[in-house]
Every structure is written in structure tokens, then in C-alpha cells.
Design a protein around this ligand. Sequence first.
Ligand SMILES: Cc1cc2nc3c(=O)[nH]c(=O)nc-3n(C[C@H](O)[C@H](O)[C@H](O)COP(=O)(O)O)c2cc1C
Length: 155
Amino acid sequence: MIRQLLYRSGQLFEFTAADMTRLLLKSRAYNARHGIGGMLLLQDGLFMQLLEGPAEAVDALYARIASDPRHCEVRLMVRAERTAPLLPGSRMAWSEALMDGETPLFDGIETDTQALARLETARNDRVAAAMRDFLHGAPVPSGGLGCARALERVL
Ligand SMILES: Cc1cc2nc3c(=O)[nH]c(=O)nc-3n(C[C@H](O)[C@H](O)[C@H](O)COP(=O)(O)O)c2cc1C
């Protein structure tokens, strides 16, 4: 069995492309060492991340991520055990929300089309559905994320 966690959070700082690239590179190196896969999504200052892998390793990583001062209002949406991961392989995939006509903020970072295709085909999976909705710009359920809104007012 593997553990699956899905959370969302609000970006607390303006990430540059270099910041985001560094975060992904470090994450991929750490996650690969610990057999953790998943996907990081970004939608207008909000993150959603899927973490999948050995239960203890996933919980330990989530604890680190949840206390990372670069984001706030970290809300766990799903904590489940599965026989197989939704996204196979221990690689942290990446995609920004796919808004019509908008150029991605981080277009230098490769979107993981294989992972996106998997989210599309997993029609009966609630985690895939939540990630698809997020990618298509659906409003994030209320509760928290005030930090992202506060940041918007400051900028
Ligand atoms: C949105 C977000 C997602 C992150 N995802 C991961 C991840 O998948 N793997 C990882 O090792 N670190 C990830 N990090 C970074 C961790 O929070 C943390 O900085 C890193 O594990 C180093 O921890 P340390 O400073 O305690 O050594 C993420 C950070 C943020 C803000």
C-alpha cells in the first residue's frame, strides 16, 4: 500500500522562475530518494500538491512542507491509502492552471503532459477530479487562503 496526500495552500511570496525551478529540482531529488511521486500545480497564487509513496516518508515530507514559510494556509484535502499511485513513478510532475489564452507564468518549466493525460483518463478518481478542477481554474473551496488574498492586496 502507498499513502496519498492532497493539499492546497496559498503562495506567500512572489516566486521567480528561478525560485520555482530550484524548488522543483530540490523536491525531485529528495522525493526520488524517498520513493515519493506526485504533482505540484499552481493556479493564480495557489498551490495544490499530490504526494504519493511510502506512508512514513510521505507524512514526514508533508510535515516539512506544511511548515515551509513560503506558503500559508496549508489545507489537507485527502489522506488515503491505495494499492497503486494515481501517478506512477517517483517524479514530482508540474503544471500551471491551463487558462484559455494565458501564457504560463513559468513557461520555462516543462509541463508534465503524461501526468496531465493520466488525470484526464482517471475519470472516477476523486483526487484526479479535484486536480482537474484546480487546473481548469475552478474556485478553490472556501476556508483559509486568506494569506494569498492579503498578498494580492499588497502587490
Ligand atoms: C508548495 C511547496 C511544495 C514543496 N514540495 C516539496 C516536495 O515535493 N519535496 C521536497 O523535498 N520539498 C518540497 N518543498 C520544500 C520543503 O517545504 C522544504 O523546504 C524542503 O523539504 C527542505 O526542508 P528543510 O529546509 O527542512 O531541509 C515544497 C515547498 C513548497 C512551498
